[in-house]
Design a protein around this ligand. Structure first.
Ligand SMILES: NC(=O)c1ccc[n+]([C@@H]2O[C@H](COP(=O)([O-])OP(=O)(O)OC[C@H]3O[C@@H](n4cnc5c(N)ncnc54)[C@H](OP(=O)(O)O)[C@@H]3O)[C@@H](O)[C@H]2O)c1
Ligand SMILES: [Zn+2]
Length: 361
């Protein structure tokens, strides 16, 4: 049995609920038999290692497979390194090192110093689990993924300012799971005005309230837009504007938390807005769902860590068609991207990948 894979599967059970912590899974194995399993369910709950230890009466001489380096710092709970040593675990297989500066190598060092055999794998499956955590733990901004749906030829609509349903029911169900794994979903003013989405997650309660973020522009946004509707278990909608002087913005104070982030061209300074949300609103991860102008701006300033591209089996090319990404300024067109999965979902195809790095000037 691939015990590390089992730990990865367990870790995913915490998905969407552990902010500001990462998702982590752990499996305790003795004589090739699993004697304990655990995962981190939400911030303040047992760490995965402690949960796995709690599932067995005697862990002496066992091997711990854990997706992330055990913590060495005292947080809400005593460090896992202490619990591992106290339990008499002989060997620890670590999937990925912890990018949290409070641990960053200290967990492994403490265990080795105490005579535990530690095997650091730097396993890609475990690295992928903390791709988002790695960004938000740096403290500069939230992790950002861009989700767009387009025709095969790369358009979102046959003409401007129209709603075009491209994808099928199977993708819509899948999207609920994707949204759930993020802390917030974000769209631009154009999308709010044309599609009037509610932006909810139709998937049970969660430990961290879900947030909806709207990037406002010069056009009036009415308080009756569905994105502003208060919903139990959701944070108040966050509206980001470049100028809060307009009467329509004041009118939205009752239904949203307004973030002021003026950019150089009179639009929203996305970098500034995201940093503000990370620092002052505890927003750790965001799924941006368009539209084409917001997508272009995010890509243009290098703020997209991962993309989820859904291709629908249709063609939309015409003289008036709207491309999925509007004109990009900056050097995003030369960014290096890495495809890492392609899946057929119903009649659609989901392509996912990460931003490797920008091929700088
Ligand atoms: N297929 C898909 O995945 C998908 C997803 C979403 C939307 N759509 C479609 O896309 C269309 C709407 O897209 P859109 O491009 O018009 O709107 P959008 O990208 O949702 O919003 C762009 C608007 O946001 C405001 N804004 C403020 N600061 C900005 C910044 N730094 N960068 C970019 N925008 C900023 C501006 O509003 P002001 O103009 O008011 O100043 C701008 O026009 C609709 O037809 C919708 O159905 C498709
Ligand atoms: Zn821990």
């Amino acid at each position: 049995m691939d015990f590390l894979q089992r730990a990865v599967t367990l870790a995913k059970r915490g998905s969407g609920n552990t902010f500001p912590n990462p998702i982590v899974g752990a499996v305790l194995v003795k004589d090739d038999v699993v004697i304990g399993e655990g995962f981190h369910a939400y911030a303040g709950s047992l760490h995965a290692e402690a949960a796995a230890l709690g599932a067995t009466a005697d862990a002496r001489g066992s091997t711990l497979f854990v997706t992330l380096e055990p913590c060495a710092h005292v947080g809400r709970r005593p460090p896992c390194t202490q619990a591992i040593l106290a339990a008499g675990i002989r060997r620890v297989v670590v999937g990925a090192m912890d990018p949290d500066p409070r641990t960053a190598g200290r967990g492994v060092a403490q265990l080795r110093a105490a005579g535990v055999d530690v095997d650091v794998r730097n396993d890609p499956r475990c690295e992928r689990l903390i791709e988002d955590f790695r960004v938000w733990v740096s403290g500069d901004r939230p992790y950002v993924a861009l989700k767009m749906a387009s025709s095969i030829d790369g358009y979102v609509a046959g003409s401007p300012a129209t709603t075009q349903r491209l994808t099928g029911a199977a993708w819509f169900r899948r999207l609920q799971h994707l949204r759930y794994s993020f802390q917030a979903v974000m769209v631009g003013a154009g999308t709010a005005l044309v599609d009037d989405p509610l932006l909810t997650v139709r998937r049970g309660a969660r430990h961290v309230p879900f947030a909806r973020i709207l990037i406002g522009g010069r056009r009036r946004l009415a308080p009756t837009l569905r994105v502003f509707s208060p919903l139990p278990g959701y944070r108040r909608t966050i509206l980001v504007v470049a100028d809060d002087g307009a009467p329509w913005v004041r009118e939205l104070e009752g239904v949203s938390d307004i973030v002021l982030a003026p950019g150089e061209r009179g639009d929203v300074d996305l970098k500034g807005a995201l940093s503000f949300m990370r620092e002052h609103m505890a927003i750790h991860s965001i799924l941006c769902e368009g539209g084409p102008n917001l997508a272009a701006s995010l890509l243009g300033v290098g703020l997209v860590d991962r993309f989820f591209w859904v291709v629908a089996p249709t063609l939309l090319a015409s003289p008036t068609s709207v491309p999925a990404v509007s004109r990009i300024d900056g050097n995003a067109n030369r960014a290096a991207w890495k495809f890492d999965s392609v899946k057929k979902i119903g009649d659609d195809v989901l392509i996912s990948g990460s931003a490797a790095r920008c091929l700088a000037d």
